[in-house]
Each structure stands twice: as C-alpha cells, then as structure tokens.
Design a protein around this ligand. Structure first.
Ligand SMILES: C[S@@+](CC[C@H](N)C(=O)[O-])C[C@H]1O[C@@H](n2cnc3c(N)ncnc32)[C@H](O)[C@@H]1O
Length: 439
C-alpha cells in the first residue's frame, strides 16, 4: 500500500472506533487485516502504529488543534500527530494526503495554516491541563489526581506506554528455568518478572503462537498483575474452587497449576464464546481439573442450588469482575475514550450483584477473592467496603500475610488490599481483595 492509502485506512479505523458499538481496537485491527488481504504485514503494522499513536496522544492532539484553529476530527488528529513526528517533513505529510484514489483528500488551506502554527512546537506544552498532558478525557482528571496526587502525570505517562508481553510458566509442564531455556532455543529472549515467581517478560514483542514452547503449553500469555491476582487466591491441591467470571480461563489455568491438577475448578461465565476458548487453553496446558459452566447471569439457578447444598461450599471463589478495564489502558487506549460515568455506575451495580451472589458459594473458612483490572475506587475499595458491611460473616484477609507466605519479593503494599499500577509495579492496573468467611 502507498503511504496515503495507509493514512486513509488509519483515519477510517479511528472513525470506526468512535461508533457506539465498542469494538476494541485490537479486534478492529485484526478484523481489518482479515478483510483486506491485499495489505501485507508491514502495511498492517504501519496502520496500527498510526491508530495507537493517535489514541495514545488524543487529548494533546486536540489541545493543539484547538489552539491552532483546526477542527477536531480523526483526520486532523492524524495530521497533527504526523506534524509532531521528527521524520515527517511537509513533503511527506502532503504525500500522505495526496487526494488520489484510496487516499485522503488533499490538505485544505486551513489545515496548512494549522501546520504552520505548530512549527517549532513540542507535543507537550507547559500550559496544557493535566487531562491533556496525561491524555485522558477531561472528566477523568479529578479522579486520576485523587488517585495519584502529585505523581499523576508520571502515572498517566506510564499508562500511555506500550505494555510488555508477559508469560506465565505452566508449572504443570515446566519450571521457570526450563521454560527460559526452551524459549531461548527458539530465539525468544525473556527475563524473569520482578514480582511473580512464575512470570517471564519478553525482551521484545514477538509472535509466540507458532512456537513449540507455546504449542506444547509450557507458557501462557498473561500479564504479571493477572498472575499475581490468581496466585493470591492461594489455591491448594485438592481444593474446590469456582472461577466465577473466568472469561477465556487465564486465572483458572494459573490456579489449576497451583493445585498441581488435584481438586476441582468450576469455571463459569455468561459468555459461551469465551468458555470455548478457555476449554482449548485447558487442553493445551494439560489441565484436566476444570469444568466449564455457562451462567445465564450472576443469579443463575445453579448458584442457588449449590449454595443450598449441605456438603460445604467451595474453598475459594475467585471473582474477576467485569470492569472498566482502566488498568489495561496501555493495551487498550481506546477504552479510556469510551468509558463514561454512566458506564461506571452500571458496572458498579453489576459488580456488587456478582459479589453478593458468588459469596453464597464460599464455605466457612473459605475465601472470596475479588479482582478487577480497574484502578477506580468505586469498582474496588468501595465494592469491598460495601460487601463487608452487608456481609458480617466475612472479614478481610490482609494481602501482606498471603504475600509473605507465597512470594520471595517484599509485599508491594501495607494496605489490606492490593492495587497494582504500571508506574510502581510494571504491571497492568489490578485490584485484589481477599475476604474470608468466618468458621
Ligand atoms: C475481566 S473478564 C474475566 C477475565 C478472566 N478471568 C481472565 O483471567 O482471563 C470478566 C468476565 O466476566 C464475564 N461476565 C460479565 N457479566 C457476568 C455475570 N453477570 N456473571 C458472570 N460473569 C460475567 C464476562 O463475560 C468476562 O468474561
């Protein structure tokens, strides 16, 4: 594809992301690649760089557009993003807007004036408000400042970096050192992760799905934060466990390995498609203690039936709740432009309802582990506080206690719950609370 065709494709994709059906950017790009087979891997990668580039810098690009008198559109955003790249002199920008077939219209006089206004400027400007400097929507500025205080800009910058690729070693099939060697033999260089004792971090982004190590189930792709959340469930061989919102099974896989394939995990979700993907992953990993269950909702009749059983409930119920995904902005920068205050309110209600229902499955002395990949208080601490107020038979089990028993690294928090973030921990944003039912 010529440069202008790539530019047009990127603008079209950015416009598509503004539509209300919430297709995540990674899926949109993958679908586009499948539907446009004429595009080679270099084309796809160049288009993705432009799309992510604009999504990660959107608030700053809009700030400059307003200041320089441009209109706010994805075409203008990409144009200004080009302008701030050192490798894009005016001739190259014009080449990307050449007005031919399969290319964006030629630059207007107004657009050219905007570009002249930006001559000699840097994307970051001292007069930008926090929301612009940190590339978040205005309504999130107060929330993020409350969370991160005077380090808010640094935190937002960390949320704007590309996330590393982390792997979890499947201890049913390998040790960390053996997995490092097996990957090295396939020219994949990894380093041990800092916090998770079973994690590896790729030195550089590389396709993994074709490698023997991956196909043989020695490793699974899983963010280090997600690994820690699963490990903090502290499952033991022989336990009975429910993974209440199991999705494609990431945490079930980690728990099954911790349980040495002994015991039973019931992996539930309302999405059949995700459960199907989970089943394939269990097979590859050699996990045979997991059975899947499709729920109609968090109030599914199965829960009522199980909760009423006399044979004691489950030792562990892990709730990896549906959430805003604000902890994963490094991977999904589109998400922050889509989440609204109303979404947060609706999600909070759903989370409370899921917690309330799933708690009924926990046996006396058993634990309810509440996890989100969100950084927002209303989805995290506030949920736990509300739950404990309504459920006096549960108490908070301090994270530091479990951490000290399981991990060689020092516990990153002295609070009773754990909140991870990219700047301090190098992981996605995650929240974990462990609540125990009194005997
Ligand atoms: C954060 S994702 C889970 C990710 C998964 N645990 C993992 O580690 O890969 C949340 C999941 O909750 C599921 N979900 C949404 N509403 C639900 C409900 N009412 N009851 C149970 N699961 C629900 C979604 O389908 C989604 O798979």
């Amino acid at each position: 594809m010529k440069p202008a065709a790539r530019t047009l494709a990127a603008i079209d994709l950015l416009d598509r992301l503004d539509e209300p059906d919430n297709i995540p950017v990674d899926k949109l790009l993958a679908d586009w690649g499948r539907q446009n087979r004429f595009a080679g891997s270099k084309d796809r990668s160049a288009i993705a760089t432009k799309v992510y580039g604009v999504l990660r810098r959107r608030a700053q690009l809009d700030w400059w557009l307003q200041r320089a008198g441009g209109d706010i559109s994805n075409r203008s955003r990409l144009l200004v993003w080009y302008k701030f790249r050192r490798d894009m002199p005016m001739e190259r920008i014009e080449e990307n807007f050449d007005g031919t077939n399969y290319a964006p219209e030629k630059l207007t006089e107004r657009e050219k004036r905007v570009l002249i206004e930006l001559d000699g400027q840097q994307l970051m400007h001292g007069c930008q408000p926090i929301a612009a400097k940190g590339n978040i929507p205005d309504w999130l500025e107060e929330k993020m400042t409350k969370l991160y205080g005077n380090k808010v800009i640094e935190h937002l910058a960390a949320f704007n970096q590309e996330a590393p690729v982390d792997l979890r070693v499947n201890t049913l099939k390998s040790s960390r050192s053996a997995a490092i060697k097996a990957l090295e033999a396939e020219e994949i260089i990894v380093d041990p992760t800092r916090l998770s004792p079973i994690g590896l971090r790729l030195e550089k982004r590389q396709p993994l799905s074709g490698t023997k190590s991956f196909r043989d189930g020695l490793v699974e792709v899983q963010d280090e934060g997600s690994q820690l959340a699963a490990l903090l469930a502290d499952t033991k061989p022989g336990h009975k466990v429910v993974d209440f919102c199991c999705g494609a099974g990431g945490k079930s896989l980690a728990m099954a390995a911790e349980m040495e394939n002994k015991g039973r995990i019931i992996a539930c979700d309302v999405s059949e498609a995700r459960l199907k993907r989970a089943t394939q992953r269990f097979k590859r990993a050699g996990v045979f203690t997991v059975e899947t269950r499709t729920l109609s909702s968090e109030r599914d009749k199965w829960i009522k039936r199980r909760a009423g059983k006399l044979d004691g409930g489950f030792n562990r119920v892990l709730v990896d709740a549906p959430c805003s995904g604000s902890g994963t902005w490094r991977r999904n920068p589109d998400q922050k432009w889509r989440t609204t205050e109303q979404d947060l309110e609706e999600l909070s209600k759903l989370q409370a309802s899921i917690l309330d229902s799933s708690a009924r499955l926990v046996s006396p002395g058993g634990r309810l582990i509440y996890v989100t990949c969100s950084i927002f208080e209303e989805e995290n601490e506030a949920q736990v506080e509300h739950f404990l107020k309504e459920n006096s038979s549960f108490f908070l089990h301090p994270i530091a206690k479990i951490w000290g028993e399981k991990f060689p690294s020092p516990c990153p928090t002295d609070a009773d719950t754990l909140r991870l973030n990219p700047l301090d921990h190098g992981t996605d944003g995650f929240f974990v609370a462990v609540m125990e039912r009194k005997l």
